[in-house]
Design a protein around this ligand. Sequence first.
Ligand SMILES: [Fe+2]
Ligand SMILES: [Fe+2]
Length: 169
Amino acid sequence: MISKETADALNAQVGHEFGASLQYVAISSYFNQEGLPELAHHFQLQADEERAHAMRIIQYIVDADAQLKIPSIPAPRAGFKSAEEAVKLSLDWEMKVTEQINGLMDLAIKQNEHLTRNFLEWFVNEQLEEVSSMDTLLRMIRRAGEQGLMFVESYLARKLHGGAVEAGA
Ligand SMILES: [Fe+2]
Ligand SMILES: [Fe+2]
C-alpha cells in the first residue's frame, strides 16, 4: 500500500523519534541531578511522547503491510553545562524533526500517496505545538537565568499538576 521509498523513510523516522525519546530521558536525568524535579518530569513526559510518535509510525508501517526495520539509535548527548544548553538542544532537535516530517510529506506528495499524506497531517500539526512550547520554555529559562530556575519549576508545577502549588503536591 506504500512505496518502498516511503517505507524506508518512515523506518528512518521511527529511529529519529526513538532518538528524541532517549535524548529527553538523558535531559530529564540531568535535571534530576540538578535538583529540578519539575523540569525532569516535563522532559520525562516529552520522552514518553516521542516514544508514542515512534509507535504511531510503527503502527502505520504495519497497517500498510510494509516491513518494519528499526534502525540503530545513536547514543543521546549526556552532560550539559546549563539548563539553557539542554533546552536549546531540545529546540534544535524539534526544528530538525519538523524538517524531517516536511521531507516525508514532500515525498508523499511527489508519489501521490494520499494515504501517507493523510497519516502525516497529524505530525505536521503536532510539530507546530512541539516547537512552539519548547521555544516558550527556552525563553522562560533565558529570562529567569540559572539562579532563577525555581520560577520555571513553579510554572511547570502549576502546568503539570494544575491549580495552586501546594507543599507535597
Ligand atoms: Fe516526535
Ligand atoms: Fe517532539
